[in-house]
Each structure stands twice: as structure tokens, then as C-alpha cells.
Design a protein around this ligand. Structure first.
Ligand code: NDP
Length: 527
């Protein structure tokens, strides 16, 4: 099938291409100043086109500087969920009846506003969830891509409605996909804009109305995105925002009898519990869930070692490993493993740990205290049961003491079957394992309940072909030094997983994503 062109938003790359990287940095730094000056505000829920106070608050602090309050947020309850679902249900027929052009125009307007405000939005992400500047900008870029790509696809397929002709004389038929009604959108902290916007846009553009619940830790950027959708022309009640904890707000949203479908990205535990809730409540709509990963990389003895070291390091430690796509276990052919590991350790020790808004920072802070405890726990176990080649400590030098910073950690001498090499940690922690050949590497890579991303470094065409055919993974990358497993682009590298990494086998940012939010109807009229 023919490739379809799509121009991704690649902000930092464009500044690099144009030789204007300094301008990128200046614009970002100015935006950090102005966003910092506005932090600490009070933010309410958004229900039926009104700001709603709940009388209760939670606060969010910056993971890179725990003395900096990001803001206070109205904490929702099941009553607020009720109100939001009622508002969404009331306008569902009208929203479904709106035509393709009307809907698409709103999403394109939203993309344009995000483009205009991209530095402010990136600065907000850095301050709220700790992403460094280039990764925060990539989060904004991906949001714009989702809006543009879904608009284009919805328009290109004419809203998934077409004539199926007159199969026998007098029978006039049509075939269409129709929305389910009200969708709950439950989002994670780690791509607080891209995943939030992508899931919300998927549900909305297909004609569902939405009640969305962002991760508590990233409520400010979610709030800004909802404001942008509103400014772009979203009618009252079509998109509603409830904030608060998973149990207080997420659970009642998922259980609500008028919520027909849920789109979720987050941990396997919560995702599967949402599926169970749907089945216990006898709901027939979809649970579109993107879950965790334990992403393997194979380094064959034909690999370019420099590329493999760089790809693994970036895949494992960008955003401190807090990506479902993070490289977390590496299988290296025995004759190379010592050299590979020594070089990986040496390169990792050069990485800059720092505040996310600093220009030199590569390794940024981690999101909360329970992640910090979990890091200390797994590093202690690695010390006892394997060899910690570098890292293993909380970083407290100078201003790092004010945030939650940890060292990127490389571990060897842990068996492939060990819990540390099987479970997702969502931290900057990677284990290295010897293999005797590609077959063993593929077998071990596939020996996981997850199947999200996988990488291979090899210069042998036969190995590459075999690996593509046999690896059990949604996203597969060969010889990718920019990152062995992370950094997918909308349209070209649709994002999703096999096995326990996802529930539908259809990927975000791909050609088969939107149809999941709709159900089919054939219409026959005899004249
Ligand atoms: P969680 O599963 O902890 O949380 C995700 C969302 O679910 C949050 O908004 C959370 O609320 C909410 N939630 C928690 N409990 C419930 C509940 N009982 N009912 C309804 N909602 C609930 O994930 P994280 O935010 O910690 O994100 C990390 C996880 O996300 C990792 O496992 C990662 O692999 C996965 N992920 C997967 C991706 C993919 O595409 N496959 C992409 C990105 C992340 P709150 O936190 O506010 O309490």
C-alpha cells in the first residue's frame, strides 16, 4: 500500500536544521520565566461550560524543586463525576449530529493555538512533570500531530459513512460508524499533554462526548489543554474536566452507568481493573487501554557498538526511564558484552542530572515519593543479588537536594528470569544479559507478558528480517541510535502494544485508531 505523507511537528529539529538553536533556548527560557511567575494559581473543574468549585483542594509541586508549588486544584468527587457525565450525555446527540467539517475545524483551531503557545506549554510540562526542554517540546509537538492527523483521517474517510448501493432493486443501503455516547478519558502523568490530548481527541472527533480525568500530578497542563479546546470552539458540555485521585474520580467515572466507553493509558494493574469493572457492570462499550512495557533490546555481534550504546542509553534514561517505551533489558552477544557494558557505563556516567529547565539536563527528576522509594528498593535488591555497574543512588548534590533526583542505573549478573528483569519499574534502571546467539535473544525478548517496544542492533540483513518476523512487539526498531525503543512519531510509528501492553491491538496515531471509538450500523431503506 502507498505511503501517505504527513508532516510531523518537529520543533527542536527544525531549529537545528535552520541553525537557530539559540533562539529555541531563548524562547524556552523566556517561557519558563513567565510560567513560573503564574504558578500557584487556583484551578477549578470544567463541567458543562462552567468552572466548578468543589470546596476541596489538592496541590501539585514541581518534582525538580519541591519548594515550588505548581498550583492548587479543585478535588472532584463522585458527585462531580455525575454532573459531568450528565452534561456530556445531554449534548451527545447534538455533537453526533454535527458535521465532519465543524468538528475538524475545532481540532485544527486547537492545533493552531498549541502551535502559537508551544514554548509556554513546554515550560509548563517541565515545571509540572519534570521533562527536560527538548522532551517537553516533543510532548507538545506530538499533541499537535494527533490533532492534525486525526482531523485529516476523519475528513479523508468522510466521517466513516458511505453508501453501499442498491444490492437488490429498491433496497437503498448505507454503512456507517457511529459514536458510543459518553467516553471516559483517564490519562497518565508521563506524557501529560500528548496522551491526554490524543485520547481526548480520538473520542471527541468520532462524535462521542467526553469526561476526562488527567493524572493528579499533571493537572495544570490538562487544565490548559481543556481551555485551549474551549477557545478553539468546543461547545459546552462536549468536553468536561474532573480532577482528583484515581479512586475518588477515576473509579466513579469508569463505573458510571452512562459512560459507554473508556480510553485509558497507564499501568497494567489499573487498566485491567477497568476492564473488569466494565465486565462486572455488564457494559458493552470498549475499554481502549494502552498499558505498560518491559522493552527488550538485542545487540548482535554484527552491531555497530557505538550506535547500540547510544541507543540503549537514550532509550533507558530519557525522562528518567518514566516511559512505557523505555529500554529496560538488553541481551548482548557474549563476545561483546564486556565491551558493550563498559562503554554503556562510561557514557551513562557522563549524563547530566539536573533541573528539567536547565539547558544541559538530560536526566530529569522522578515524579513522586513512591517512585523514589521504589528506586531505592530495586537498587538495594540489585546490589544484593546482582552487580550495580553504575548508579543506584539518590542524587542530592547542591540544588538536586531540593527535588527527586536519582542516578541512572546499569545492572548486570541478574538472571533473565529475575523479577528485576521481568517487572516494569518505570525508573532509570536497565539490566544487561548475555546471549549466545540471536535465537536466544529473541526467545528471551519474547519471554514477557508485555509486548510494547523492542530494539535490535545488527548489520546482518537475515538477522534483521528474522527479528522483524519473530519479535512479539507492537513497535520494532532496528539500529536506532537516537533511542533503541522510545520516540515514536504519529502516523509513521503508530503507538501501541501486544499482549499485556494493550487491550485492542490498534495503535494511537495510526490508521486504525479512530474506528475503535465507534460502532458500526448498516441502514437499509426500501422505497
Ligand atoms: P497509573 O495506572 O497509576 O495511573 C493512570 C491514570 O489512572 C491516572 O490518572 C490515575 O489517577 C488513574 N487511576 C488510578 N487508579 C484508578 C482507578 N482505580 N480507577 C480509575 N482510574 C485510576 O499510571 P501512571 O500515571 O503512574 O503511568 C505509568 C504507567 O502508564 C506505566 O505502567 C506505563 O507503562 C503506562 N503507560 C503506558 C503507555 C502506553 O502507551 N502503553 C504510555 C504511557 C504510560 P492518579 O494517578 O491521579 O491517582
Amino acid at each position: 500500500m502507498q505511503a501517505r505523507d504527513f508532516d510531523n511537528e518537529l520543533t527542536f529539529h527544525e531549529y537545528e536544521q535552520n541553525g537557530t538553536v539559540e533562539e529555541f533556548h531563548e524562547a524556552y527560557e523566556e517561557a519558563v520565566e513567565s510560567v513560573q511567575a503564574e504558578l500557584g494559581g487556583d484551578h477549578l473543574l470544567w463541567i458543562d461550560g462552567e468552572r466548578v468549585d468543589t470546596g476541596d483542594r489538592f496541590d501539585v509541586v514541581s518534582p525538580g524543586n519541591l519548594d515550588r508549588e505548581v498550583g492548587e486544584f479543585a478535588a472532584g468527587s463522585s458527585e462531580d463525576v455525575d454532573a459531568a457525565v450528565s452534561a456530556a450525555a445531554a449534548v451527545a446527540p447534538e455533537w453526533e449530529a454535527s458535521d465532519v467539517d465543524t468538528r475538524v475545524e475545532i481540532f485544527r483551531n486547537a492545533a493552531a493555538i498549541m502551535r502559537d503557545r508551544k514554548f509556554e506549554l513546554a515550560a509548563t510540562i517541565s515545571l509540572e512533570n519534570g521533562k527536560n526542554r527538548t522532551e517537553a517540546m516533543a510532548d507538545v509537538d506530538e499533541s499537535i500531530d494527533f490533532l492534525e492527523f486525526y482531523s485529516r483521517e476523519f475528513e479523508r474517510s468522510d466521517g466513516y459513512a458511505f453508501d453501499t448501493g442498491e444490492p437488490t432493486p429498491g433496497q437503498h443501503t448505507r454503512n456507517l460508524l457511529r459514536p458510543y455516547g459518553v467516553f471516559g478519558v483517564v490519562a497518565p502523568f508521563n506524557f501529560p499533554m500528548a496522551i491526554f490530548v490524543g485520547m481526548t481527541a480520538g473520542a471527541l472527533i468520532t462524535g462521542n462526548t467526553v469526561v476526562t480525568k488527567p493524572a493528579k500530578a499533571t493537572s495544570l497542563i490538562a487544565h490548559k489543554c481543556v481551555d485551549i479546546f474551549t477557545e478553539a470552539g468546543m461547545p459546552n458540555g462536549v468536553l468536561n474536566l474532573v480532577m482528583g485521585g484515581g479512586r475518588d474520580v477515576g473509579q466513579p467515572l469508569v463505573e458510571h452507568e452512562d459512560v459507554s466507553g473508556v480510553v485509558f493509558t497507564g499501568s497494567r494493574k489499573v487498566g485491567l481493573s477497568i476492564q473488569e469493572t466494565f465486565s462486572e457492570h455488564g457494559k458493552h462499550g470498549p475499554v481502549i487501554a494502552e498499558l505498560g512495557g518491559k522493552n527488550p533490546v538485542i545487540v548482535s555481534d554484527t552491531a555497530e557498538l557505538e550506535d547500540a550504546v547510544e541507543g540503549v542509553m537514550k532509550g533507558a534514561f530519557s525522562f528518567s526511564g518514566q516511559k512505557c517505551s523505555a529500554t529496560s533489558r538488553v541481551y548482548v552477544q557474549e563476545n561483546l558484552i564486556d565491551e558493550f557494558t563498559d562503554r554503556l557505563v562510561a557514557e551513562t556516567e557522563k549524563l547530566n542530572i539536573g533541573r528539567p529547565t536547565e539547558r544541559e539536563t538530560f536526566v530529569s527528576p522522578i515524579i513522586n515519593d513512591s517512585a523514589l522509594e521504589s528506586y531505592q528498593d530495586i537498587c538495594a535488591r540489585a546490589e544484593e543479588e546482582g552487580t550495580v555497574r553504575t548508579g543506584g543512588n539518590v542524587a542530592t548534590d547542591g540544588e538536586l537536594a531540593d527535588g527527586r533526583f536519582v542516578e541512572p542505573t546499569v545492572v548486570t549478573d541478574i538472571p533473565h528470569s529475575h523479577e528485576l528483569a521481568r517487572e516494569e519499574h518505570f525508573l532509570p534502571f536497565v539490566t544487561i544479559h548475555p546471549i549466545s546467539n540471536l535465537d536466544e535473544g529473541i526467545e528471551k525478548s519474547n519471554d514477557s507478558e508485555y509486548g510494547l517496544c523492542a530494539g535490535l542492533f545488527s548489520q546482518d540483513d537475515d538477522e534483521i528480517d528474522r527479528w522483524f518476523d519473530e519479535i512479539e512487539s507492537g513497535m520494532c526498531y532496528v539500529n536506532r541510535s537516537q533511542s533503541a525503543t522510545t520516540g515514536a512519531l504519529v502516523q509513521a510509528q503508530p503507538f501501541g502494544g501486544w499482549k499485556y501492553s494493550g487491550t485492542t491491538g490498534k495503535f494511537a496515531g495510526g490508521y486504525w485508531y479512530l474506528q475503535q471509538f465507534m460502532r458500526e450500523q448498516s441502514r437499509t431503506r426500501v422505497d
